[in-house]
Design a protein around this ligand. Structure first.
Ligand SMILES: NC(=O)c1ccc[n+]([C@@H]2O[C@H](COP(=O)([O-])OP(=O)(O)OC[C@H]3O[C@@H](n4cnc5c(N)ncnc54)[C@H](OP(=O)(O)O)[C@@H]3O)[C@@H](O)[C@H]2O)c1
Length: 327
C-alpha cells in the first residue's frame, strides 16, 4: 500500500524533513501494520535527524523515515501473528513512526488501557517507560532519596518529578525560566532552581546540608553534566540520559574518584528489550497513568506535515508539554 511519511535524505536541520508518498510492503512474519493515530515527538527524533549523536542513534541508511514511537490501530497481521487482532489499539516503541502506517514487530507493541487516551500515550509512552526504568530500576528511588532532575519542566521532567514524588523522594528540579519554575512546582518538585540565574550545584549542596543529591537525572548533557558531579553525594549516581544541549564528550575519569561517583549513560531500548521486563514496566506506567495520579499535559497537536515545526518548537526550549503529530 502507499502511505504518507516524513523522511530525510540527509542529516541536517528541521528543513531536511519532507512529506513523501512511499510504498509500504505488507508486514513481515511476526509484524503487524499499525494505522498511526498519534505520533510522539521526542528528543531522540532530533538526534536521528541531526545524525551526530552516536550511541543508539547511529547513522542508518538513507532515506530514513523519522520517528521512534506512535499509537494506532492494527490494520494488518503478518504471518504467524496469532495473539493480536485487527482493530486492536496499541502503542509501540519502534522506528518509522512519522507516517500514516508503520510495520512493527509484535515484540515492540504495548496494549493500551482505555483510560489512557491516544494523545497521552503519544506524549508519554516513550517518556513514561524511560521514567519507569530511571526511577524504579536503574536507581531505586524511595522515601529518603533526594533526586535532582535537569530540565524539570520538559516532557521527561514532568513525569520524573511526579512519579519520583509518588515514590516518596524529595525532588529538586532545574529550569531555565521563572515560568518553567511554576510548571515544575506544579508537577512534583519540592524545590526548583533556575539554572539560568543561579549556580545549581551550589544551591543543591545548600538544600542538602552540603551532602549533595543521591541521584541526578541529566537529560541536558553538555551544559549540565560536569557541574552535576559537584553536587552529587559520595557514592551517588549521575545518570546522563540525554544530551539536549549537546553531547557530554570526553571527561577525566579522575573526577569521579574523590566521591566514588557512579556515572551511567543508559538507553530505553536496553531496559525494555526483555519481553517480561517490558510488560512489567508498561504495567507500572499504565497503573500510574490510568490511576489519575499524574498530570499529563499535552502541548501542540500538529498535522504530520508540520513535523519541522514540531522539531523547531521542541529544540527551542519553549515547550513545557509533549508535542504530538496527528496523521
Ligand atoms: N536515554 C533514554 O532512555 C531517554 C529516553 C527518552 C528521553 N531521553 C532524553 O530525555 C531528554 C528530554 O527529552 P524530551 O523529549 O522530554 O525533551 P524536553 O525535556 O521537553 O526538552 C529538552 C529540555 O532540555 C533543556 N535544554 C537545556 N539546554 C538546551 C538546549 N541547548 N537546547 C534544547 N534544550 C535544552 C530545556 O529545558 P530548560 O529550558 O528548562 O533548560 C528543554 O526544554 C532528552 O535529552 C532525551 O534525549 C532519554
Amino acid at each position: 500500500m502507499m502511505t504518507r511519511a516524513i523522511r530525510i535524505h540527509r542529516h541536517g536541520g528541521p528543513e531536511v524533513m519532507q512529506l513523501e508518498e512511499v510504498e509500504l510492503p505488507e508486514p513481515d512474519a511476526g509484524q503487524v501494520r499499525v494505522k498511526n493515530t498519534c505520533i510522539g515527538v521526542n528528543y531522540a527524533d532530533i538526534y536521528e535527524r541531526e545524525g551526530d549523536h552516536g550511541g543508539p542513534h547511529f547513522a542508518k541508511e538513507m532515506p530514513i523515515t523519522m520517528g521512534h514511537m506512535a499509537v494506532g490501530i492494527i490494520d494488518a497481521l503478518g504471518a504467524g501473528v496469532t495473539d493480536r487482532h485487527i482493530g486492536e489499539r496499541v502503542g509501540y516503541i519502534g522506528p518509522n513512526s512519522y507516517a500514516g502506517h508503520t510495520n512493527i514487530p509484535v515484540a515492540r507493541l504495548f496494549r493500551l488501557p482505555d483510560a489512557v487516551p491516544d494523545t497521552v500515550a503519544g506524549g508519554y509512552l516513550l517518556r513514561g517507560l524511560t521514567a519507569e526504568y530511571l526511577l524504579r530500576r536503574l536507581y531505586k528511588v524511595q522515601p529518603g532519596t533526594t533526586a535532582l532532575v535537569h530540565a524539570a519542566a520538559g516532557g521527561m521532567g514532568l513525569i520524573l518529578g511526579q512519579w519520583g514524588s509518588l515514590l516518596g523522594a524529595r525532588m529538586i528540579g532545574t529550569v531555565s525560566s521563572p515560568q518553567k519554575a511554576q510548571v515544575a512546582r506544579a508537577h512534583g518538585y519540592d524545590t526548583v532552581i533556575n539554572y539560568s540565574s543561579e549556580d545549581f550545584a551550589e544551591r543543591t549542596l545548600a538544600e542538602t546540608n552540603g551532602v549533595g543529591a543521591d541521584v541526578i537525572y541529566d537529560g541536558v548533557g553538555k551544559m549540565a553534566f560536569l557541574k552535576s558531579l559537584d553536587c552529587i553525594r559520595p557514592r551517588g549516581m549521575v545518570v546522563s540520559y540525554g544530551t539536549a544541549s549537546g553531547n557530554v564528550g570526553e571527561f577525566d575519569l579522575q573526577r569521579l574518584h574523590s566521591k566514588s561517583i557512579v556515572v551511567t549513560r543508559p538507553t530505553l531500548r536496553s531496559w525494555i528489550a526483555d519481553p517480561d521486563e517490558a510488560a512489567t514496566a508498561s504495567k507500572a506506567l499504565f497503573d500510574v497513568l490510568s490511576g489519575g495520579k499524574l498530570h499529563t499535559p499535552i502541548g501542540a497537536q500538529l498535522p504530520l506535515d508540520q513535523a519541522a515545526a514540531a522539531h523547531h518548537q521542541l529544540a527551542s526550549r519553549s515547550v513545557t508539554a509533549p508535542i504530538v503529530l496527528i496523521p
